[in-house]
Design a protein around this ligand. Structure first.
Ligand SMILES: Cc1cc2nc3c(=O)[nH]c(=O)nc-3n(C[C@H](O)[C@H](O)[C@H](O)COP(=O)(O)OP(=O)(O)OC[C@H]3O[C@@H](n4cnc5c(N)ncnc54)[C@H](O)[C@@H]3O)c2cc1C
Length: 455
């Protein structure tokens, strides 16, 4: 029960910090504590036939367990400082990129070496976008795909076990306390001690993180949430972008409100899925590397960024209220045809059955204009028409919109350049720190702390 390092959370942040720490000091005693299950026991009950929507499991198999929220994700590792987090603000741009490249090398060494690395740098589509007031961000993207991502995680798990890392699954940590020579963490009545503690509880552990910070008097801030929809259309409409770039992050500034709208998490030939964060059902998407699992459609999110200033300081509550509204009206995720939205009518099961684009998620046909505030909805519609200029067909009547997609930004936890809090030896990394919100940034943050401690 006594460790050199206690790691709370077995997502990418936790995994990569353990990996690097063991590489640098193989005799370390590391314990990883995780609310969810080992990888092979993570199984979401939704099968699309008997169980079609979220059943609110005690721990969500999609969000919790070895591999974290990223385990069944599309496995897109973006190597860039332009999105995915602000790690570079803490450690510098060059170092952030170097760490993300190192994460990529590890992913390749553990099963991902035959996957493709895409790049948007100096691409001719950048000019086409600019000509239409759309801004294509620079990034290299390693697309592992859900299936290879799983294999990489399996291999990393085996490696960490062989190195002697001790895993505690179904062990939610309730409390973190400072002790005489380090930290004490509690799961129910069981206590674990360690010299240092690395917290990497991700988005699902964000509220809990807030409580821990309050208890330890660590300052936090929350002022951003992104709200939008997931767009699904025939893969051919976006194929000129996705074939060359796989993921294109395109940003647009709305004429009316001057809000930034961006494409996010693009899944060529993928599927739309629902996800459950703390009982709130929102929409997401992923795709597979295996052509046998391809769908006919491409999906991506369109998100409007909302920044709040005083006196409001709970942006996540704002996002949750909007998601709850869609859950109230639709029992979960709502789907609407773009044409219906523009005509001001709800989509119905009959209209969807007659639609040219068949949905890959069984969602409730409804009216998103009853859920998403006008400001964000106007921005989304404006962006769809702008995208239609670079990908004609985006604004087709039959394009499907699922809502709501909410990108919660975790509390910004006050940490220094080593991601250490004001409590010496207590590090907060990955998405729960507010510093990262992507696989590559979260993983890189873990490497950074391990190197700081043990190099
Ligand atoms: C469906 C989906 C698709 C995604 N696709 C992509 C993608 O393609 N590319 C990309 O860059 N990002 C993607 N993301 C985001 C990405 O998964 C996260 O940014 C990343 O996983 C963050 O890593 P993390 O280690 O900080 O946290 P997480 O991966 O969230 O891991 C945190 C872990 O901590 C555990 N935990 C929480 N609280 C406690 C507690 N109190 N005690 C013990 N354990 C606890 C959780 O169970 C979880 O397993 C996706 C997310 C989802 C949900």
């Amino acid at each position: 029960m006594n460790y050199d390092v206690l790691i709370v959370g077995a997502g990418p942040g936790g995994i990569f910090s353990a990996y690097e720490a063991m590489r640098l000091q193989p005799d370390l005693r590391i314990g990883i504590f995780e609310t969810g299950n080992p990888l092979e026991k993570r199984k979401c009950p939704i099968d699309g036939k008997t169980i079609k929507s979220c059943t609110n499991c005690a721990t969500c198999a999609i969000m919790n367990g070895f591999g974290g929220a990223g385990a069944f994700s599309d496995g897109k590792y973006n190597i860039t400082n332009q999105f995915g987090g602000t790690l570079y603000e803490h450690i510098g741009r060059e170092k952030a990129i170097e760490l993300m490249q190192y994460v990529d090398e590890i992913n390749c060494a553990y099963g991902g070496k035959n996957t493709k690395l895409y790049s948007t740098g100096n691409h001719h589509l950048k000019k086409v976008c600019l000509q239409n007031d759309l801004h294509l961000l620079d990034a290299q993207v390693r697309h592992l795909g859900t299936d290879i991502n799983y294999i990489v995680l399996e291999n990393l798990y085996q490696h960490l076990q062989e190195k002697g890392v001790k895993f505690y699954f179904r062990t939610p940590i309730d409390k973190v306390e400072q002790s005489e020579d380090g930290y004490r963490i509690y799961s129910g009545d069981t206590v674990f001690e360690g010299k240092r503690c690395i917290i990497s509880t991700g988005r699902s552990g964000s509220k809990w993180m807030g409580e821990i910070c309050k208890h330890l008097h660590i300052k936090t801030r929350s002022n951003r949430v992104d709200i939008g929809v997931r767009v699904e259309l025939p893969a051919d409409v976006f194929s000129h972008l996705t074939d060359e770039l796989y993921e294109s992050k395109i940003v647009y500034k709305t004429k009316k409100f001057q809000d930034k709208v961006r494409t996010f998490c693009m899944n060529p030939k993928g599927v739309v899925v629902s996800e459950n964060t703390n009982g709130i059902i929102t929409v997401n998407g992923h795709s597979y590397d295996d052509p046998l699992k391809f769908s006919e459609n491409t999906n991506f999110a369109l998100l409007v960024s909302n920044h709040f200033s005083e006196p409001f300081n709970d942006s996540n509550a704002y996002g949750e209220s909007i998601a709850k509204l869609s859950n109230m009206l639709g029992g979960g995720v709502i789907v609407q045809r773009f044409g219906d939205l523009i005509r001001g009518q709800r989509s119905t099961a009959a209209r969807l059955a007659d639609n040219f684009v068949l949905p890959t998620l069984s969602a409730t046909p409804g009216d998103l204009s009853l859920v998403i505030p006008k400001r964000q909805m106007d921005g989304i519609i404006e962006m769809i028409y702008a995208l239609d200029k670079v990908a004609p067909g985006t604004a087709n009547d039959s394009t499907l919109l699922y809502g709501v997609e909410v990108k919660f930004y975790n509390l910004d936890v006050e940490v220094d350049e080593n991601l250490e809090t004001k409590c010496k030896g207590l590090f907060v990394i990955g998405d729960c720190s507010g510093v990262t919100h992507s696989l590559s940034h979260a993983s890189a943050s873990g490497i950074h702390v391990a190197r700081y401690l043990f190099k």
